[in-house]
Ligand binder design. Structure first.
Ligand code: R5P
Length: 259
C-alpha cells in the first residue's frame, strides 16, 4: 500500500482503530431529507464529534465551508431517485475521480446492490471506481445497499460484504443484524455499520455498542443522528461508545444529560 493510501486511511480510521463517520449524503436520491433541509446548520455543531463526513459533491460545495477541518468520504454513486421503485439503487458513477481529487477527499463511497437483475452494472462500475481511485491512493468504501425483497440478514450481508472486499474495497459499510460477527469474520477489510431508518436513541446506541462488540470498527450513521430529538447529544453518545468504551447505559445517560 502506498503512502497516500495509508495516509488517507489513517485520516478515516483513528489511532484506536475506530471511526465515527457522519453520513449526510441522503439528498442524492432522497432530496431534502428530514433533518438535512439546511444541511450546513445541522452539520456544523456535529462536526466536533465526527471523525469523517460523508456528503455528496453538491452537498460539500454548497453547504460545507472549505476551511472545515474534517476528512471527507465523498459519495460517488447514484443515478436514481426514491420515486423510481423498480430501479431504486441501480446506481452508476456520478463523480469523476478528477473532481474527487479536486475536492481533496480522503475516500470515496460507492453503493453496490447484490441480488438484483442489475447487480452486474453496479459491480462493474464499482470496480471501475476502485481502479481509478486506487491509482491516486484514494480508498473506496463499499456500501452494501439492500434493495426491495432482500433481507438484512447475516447470510445476505456477508455475501455482499465479502464480495465488496474481494472486488477491492478498502472499507465496507453494511447493516447491523443478528450474527453480525459472522459478517466480520468473513470480511478481510474493516466494517462500519449504517444506522438505517430512525429508531429510538436508546436502541441506536445499543446497536452501535453491539456492532462494536461483534467487530465493527465504527459507524457511518446519518438519520439516527440528524433526526434525533437532540442531534448533538446523540453524536456525543455514539462517539463515547466508539472512542471512550462507554456502555449503552452510560451513553444513553450521557444523551439524556446533554438534553
Ligand atoms: C444511503 O444510501 C446513504 O449512503 C446513507 O448515508 C447511509 O445509508 C447512512 O445513513 P443512515 O444511517 O441514515 O442509514
Amino acid at each position: 500500500m502506498d503512502w497516500g493510501m495509508k495516509n488517507r486511511i489513517s485520516r478515516i480510521i483513528k489511532k484506536d482503530g475506530h471511526t465515527v463517520m457522519l453520513a449526510v449524503d441522503h439528498g442524492y436520491f432522497m432530496g431534502p431529507t428530514t433533518g438535512l433541509e439546511k444541511l450546513d446548520e445541522m452539520v456544523k455543531p456535529l462536526l466536533p464529534y465526527a471523525d469523517v463526513l460523508m456528503p455528496t459533491r453538491g452537498g460539500l460545495r454548497n453547504y460545507i465551508p472549505p476551511e472545515t477541518d474534517i476528512p471527507i468520504c465523498l459519495r460517488v454513486s447514484g443515478g436514481t431517485s426514491i420515486l423510481n421503485e423498480t430501479n431504486l439503487l441501480h446506481e452508476g458513477i456520478i463523480v469523476s475521480m478528477e473532481d474527487a481529487i479536486r475536492l481533496n477527499v480522503s475516500a470515496v463511497a460507492f453503493s453496490i446492490l447484490v441480488g438484483q437483475p442489475f447487480e452486474r452494472d453496479t459491480l462493474l462500475a464499482f470496480t471501475q471506481v476502485i481502479d481509478e481511485a486506487n491509482r491516486y491512493g484514494i480508498p473506496v468504501l463499499a456500501v452494501t445497499a439492500v434493495g426491495k425483497g432482500l433481507g438484512k440478514d447475516a447470510r445476505y450481508l456477508s455475501l455482499a460484504s465479502r464480495m465488496a472486499a474481494e472486488l477491492g474495497a478498502s472499507i465496507v459499510k453494511t447493516y447491523f443484524c443478528k450474527d453480525f460477527e459472522k459478517i466480520v469474520e468473513t470480511c478481510p477489510v474493516p466494517i462500519v455499520i449504517a444506522g438505517g431508518k430512525k429508531i429510538p436513541e436508546k436502541d441506536a446506541l445499543q446497536m452501535t455498542y453491539d456492532a462494536l462488540q461483534a467487530g465493527a470498527i465504527g459507524v457511518d450513521m446519518g438519520r439516527n443522528v440528524f433526526q434525533s430529538s437532540n442531534p448533538v447529544s446523540m453524536i456525543k453518545a455514539v462517539n463515547a461508545i466508539i472512542h471512550k468504551k462507554y456502555t449503552p447505559k452510560e451513553a444513553y445517560d450521557l444523551f439524556k444529560s446533554n438534553k
